[in-house]
Design a protein around this ligand. Structure first.
Ligand code: ZN
Length: 217
């Protein structure tokens, strides 16, 4: 699954996992697990702590090992991988060798919508309650319903921070999606701009069914 910050990818992955009964394999979680178990080498752990990009081969091996576990025998949801063109090429070859058929789901969004939504978020510094000035406003402008504290914009929700995260996502993901397109892999684009999560999920299910039917014929 691919989706920019604010696309609701995490929510959709959860829904898909519940519906299909297959594991959600997140490379972020796998890397954290390695470090927690002390299984990561000192150099790898240091890289992870400093947020540096991990070598393709390390990530590829880690993902393959995870996908070979019994719970993934009927399928899996990959999240946060492949992150580079080399990883994409690697995993496609692996899929082909194993006879695994992929569906690449790209949650396409209008960045202006995301920016409007995320910059509308306000948080209470006292109790942590989140509001949105557009969709979930407090009863009184700028004030927490629960304790009357003045709401604030979180650092992560500042427009320039969001724009930078979107640009970083774009820089990283475009070459990977281009690879899938160029190689004629099974890529479906789902518009996730404005619909509520349940409707986006419905679109994903329909696209996947359509895909299954196409491949069966
Ligand atoms: Zn509050």
């Amino acid at each position: 699954m691919f989706g920019s910050p604010g696309s609701g990818k995490g929510t959709q992955a959860k829904l898909l996992k519940a519906k299909l009964g297959i594991p959600h394999v997140s490379t972020g979680d796998l890397l954290r697990e390695l470090v927690r178990q002390g299984a990561a080498s000192g150099a790898l752990a240091a890289k992870l702590r400093s947020g540096l990009l991990v070598n393709d081969s390390v990530v590829n091996d880690m993902v393959e090992e995870r996908l070979m576990r019994p719970d993934a025998a009927q399928g899996f949801i990959l999240d946060g991988y492949p992150r580079t063109e080399a990883q994409a090429e690697h995993i496609c070859k692996w899929f082909d060798a194993k006879g695994i058929r992929e569906v690449v789901i790209h949650l396409a969004v209008d960045y202006n919508n995301i920016i409007a939504r995320l910059t509308g978020r306000r948080q209470c510094p006292q109790c942590g309650t989140l509001y949105n000035i557009a969709s979930q406003p407090p009863k009184v402008d700028g004030v927490c319903d629960l304790d009357g504290q003045t709401l604030v914009v979180r650092e992560d929700d500042r427009e320039e921070v969001i724009r930078e995260r979107l640009a970083a996502y774009e820089r990283q993901t475009t070459p990977v999606l281009d690879y899938f397109r160029r190689e004629g892999r099974n890529l479906i684009e789902v518009d996730a701009s404005t619909d509520p999560p349940a409707m986006v999920f419905e679109k994903i299910c329909q696209a996947m069914k359509h895909d299954c039917a196409q491949n069966a014929s």
